[in-house]
Design a binder for this molecule. Structure first.
Ligand code: SF4
Ligand code: SF4
Ligand code: FES
Length: 250
């Protein structure tokens, strides 16, 4: 069973662009990425699109479909009505390079700003012994495919470009939470999360969780616990007393 589907695809580059209308054949079982490939093959050979695995695992085919951040390879055409126009646009939070391809280097810069796992200095690699219960919480976060859909949807940077400097975004706040929950990690990550990576700007709207293709509970399992850990640390009377005594000694 096939039909002629109506599509609007954003064409342009860093200097500007517009939506272009196309009619493309749609076959049973296809996903949006199939349509984009057919469009490239039959009508728009210079259409720029980034993809790799077509299996929801490489995280490179991120785009906005009818305004919602999604993976093109995991969005079935059967989710739309036959007569419906399907609009495909590039991720809005990042600068466009061309057509559906955006420059996501903001995310790599934020990744580099999070210090690596810091095990105890006297523990040699291979000597780590941990129980499953110790890693269960952070294991969920390791499912991340770095598609940056959560980064794209988060209003803190989506609607406020000037916040980018001060805000790591849900994916990297989740990475900080993962490391902070690691029983062997020695770094104090809580103050940095709050003051260097902008944890306070997240107002737990859960939009990041809603778009995550790996169904990671980013807000409930990473961001809220990290906020609680920051508060516990900042308002713990023993930590407060310790800092006073330290300050007096200095
Ligand atoms: S919960 Fe926080 S990180 Fe997630 S989209 Fe909302 S403000 Fe952004
Ligand atoms: S947390 Fe989910 S939405 Fe965010 S980058 Fe990872 S897989 Fe993508
Ligand atoms: S092509 Fe790899 S996630 Fe879509």
């Amino acid at each position: 069973m096939s039909y002629d589907g109506r599509f609007r695809v954003w064409r342009g580059d860093a200097d500007g662009g517009d939506l272009a209308d196309f009619t493309v054949e749609v076959n049973e079982g296809e996903v949006v990425l199939d349509i984009i490939h057919r469009l490239q093959a039959t009508q728009a050979p210079d259409l720029a699109v980034r993809w790799n695995c077509k299996a929801g695992k490489c995280g490179s085919c991120s785009a906005e479909i009818n305004g919602r951040p999604r993976l093109m390879c995991m969005t079935r055409m059967s989710t739309f009505e036959e007569g419906e126009t399907v609009t495909v646009t590039p991720l809005r939070a990042f600068p466009v390079i061309r057509d559906l391809v955006t420059d996501v280097s903001f995310n790599y810069e934020k990744a580099r700003a999070v210090p690596a796992f810091a095990p105890p200095a006297d523990l040699a690699p291979g000597d780590y012994r941990m129980q499953q219960v110790d890693v269960e919480r952070s294991q969920e976060f390791r499912k991340c495919i770095e598609c940056f859909l959560c980064q794209d949807v988060c209003h803190v940077i989506r609607d406020h470009e000037d916040n980018k400097q001060a805000y790591a975004g849900p994916r990297f706040l989740m990475r900080i939470a993962e490391l902070d929950m690691h029983p062997l990690d020695q770094a104090d990550r809580r103050q940095a999360a709050q003051h260097e990576h902008g944890l306070g700007l997240c107002n737990i709207t859960k939009c990041c969780t809603e778009v995550c293709p790996e169904h990671i509970k980013i807000t409930d399992n990473a961001l809220i616990p990290l906020k609680e850990r920051v508060v516990d640390h900042s308002y713990d009377p023993l930590v407060w007393l310790g800092s006073k005594i330290r300050r007096r000694r200095d």
